[in-house]
Design a protein around this ligand. Structure first.
Ligand code: PLP
Length: 394
């Protein structure tokens, strides 16, 4: 008998398991309090009460008014509503058709900008990032034009974990009177979400990144920010997002967010210590391994790397065989692995960007998980290099 293989989940940036306490809070709203929150009888009023309470919980953590919270179906929808809603509303008001963003945004922002450019005639400026993936607020300031209608810069990057100077960018946007959106999907559950401290007018969240269910998100919209709804129908969410509210999922989102911020500092500290061990040991023990993203100003759970002379996909397959779930920045399309656009925007040459690996820790990970990764990863990289013609020809 071989030793039972362990499964170690190190892909919390992709998604997280739903906390059992969250499931427990959700269940009654499927089976018992299943009314439509718009109905006037008591079953409907129970649902409305839960919805209002969830909205207050989110507002409390964001430091905003409950009516500034819109519940959506996911982070992607929140980003779409922010970008399309503000750009189209402000253009209609004659404010212009120019958007500012970065080249390292998640596709929910990046592809939406492209769509607005290609199909709606908007012009998009991509401010650069430095070698650590950081946007310079002065570059954002310089990119602002008389016809700029929206600025959207992510709070923390999903691949390399770099945290952006959101409050500084927001200050510049505020001085110029331009709405500022941040995609905080990766920051939700670990970083401070106070919207006034961050100087943001719009902020996106997704529950499945902080131990809530998949398929429910938040868009915070500061009162007074012009927003054209992108989904029309009933008057839900104060006419900004039509659709019968998904009460059980919204309760799940609010419960998960509350739980995450109840213990945020101790959780962050414990996880960051594991992250730092991964970073220190991987860069010390594996030759030609390089940390990607900012060395210190990064998400507490993100350890991301490039390894010269190997393919990220091959590392992932071998880690999977060893029971480790991880991720790489390269997207394998039509059999041809594309290097990560985030890494190439940071100036990492495509041939090196191909060898990327992202390990993202979570609540259930322990020091023993780090030990296990260190017992298998160096050998995997070495084995792959031995088979690599690039390594032989280096
Ligand atoms: N934005 C960022 C930074 C993300 O990491 C993700 C998900 O990976 C999204 C947006 C999309 O969120 P959702 O999966 O809820 O649509």
């Amino acid at each position: 008998m071989t030793e039972r293989m362990r499964t170690i989940y190190l892909d919390h940036a992709a998604t997280t398991a739903v906390d059992p306490k969250v499931v427990e809070a959700m269940i009654p709203y499927f089976t018992e309090h299943y009314g439509n929150a718009s109905s006037i009888y008591s079953l409907g009023r129970e649902a409305r009460k839960a919805l209002d309470e969830a909205r207050r919980t989110v507002a409390d953590i964001l430091g905003c008014k409950p009516e500034e919270v819109i519940f959506t179906s996911c982070g992607s929808e929140s980003d779409n509503l922010a970008l399309r809603g503000v750009s189209l509303a402000r253009r209609e008001a004659g404010k212009g058709n120019h958007i500012i963003t970065s080249p390292i945004e998640h596709h929910a922002v990046g592809h939406t900008c492209e769509h607005l450019e290609e199909h709606f005639g908007f012009e998009v400026t991509y401010v650069p990032v430095d070698e650590h993936g950081v946007v310079d607020p002065d570059d954002v300031g310089r990119a602002i034009r008389d016809d700029t209608v929206l600025i959207s810069i992510m709070y923390a990057n999903n691949e390399v974990g770099t945290i952006e100077p959101i409050a500084e960018i927001g200050k510049i946007a505020k001085e110029k009177g331009i709405p500022f959106h941040t995609d905080a999907v990766q920051a939700g559950g670990t970083l401070d979400l106070n919207v006034d401290g961050l100087n943001v007018d719009l902020l996106s969240l997704s529950a499945h990144k902080f131990y809530g269910p998949k398929g429910v998100g938040v868009l915070y919209v500061r009162n007074g920010t012009p927003l054209l709804p992108t989904q029309t129908g009933g008057g839900h969410e104060r006419n900004r997002r039509a659709g019968t509210e998904n009460v059980p999922y919204i309760v799940g989102l609010a419960t998960a967010l509350r739980l995450a911020y109840d213990h945020v500092e101790s959780n962050n500290q414990r996880i960051a210590a594991l992250r730092d061990r991964l970073i220190d040991e991987i860069t010390a023990e594996i030759p030609d391994a390089q940390l990607t993203g900012h060395p210190t100003n990064r998400l507490p759970n993100n350890a991301s790397f490039v390894f010269k002379y190997v393919e990220g996909e091959a590392i992932l397959l071998n880690l999977d065989l060893a029971g480790i779930c991880a991720s790489s920045g390269s997207a394998c399309t039509t059999g041809e692995a594309e290097p990560s656009f985030v890494l190439t925007a940071m100036g990492i040459p495509p041939e090196i960007a191909h060898g990327s690996l992202r390990l993202t820790l979570g609540r259930e990970n322990t020091a023993a998980d780090v030990d296990y990764v260190m017992s298998v990863l160096p050998g995997i990289v070495e084995k792959l290099r031995m088979m690599s013609p690039l390594y032989a020809a280096r």
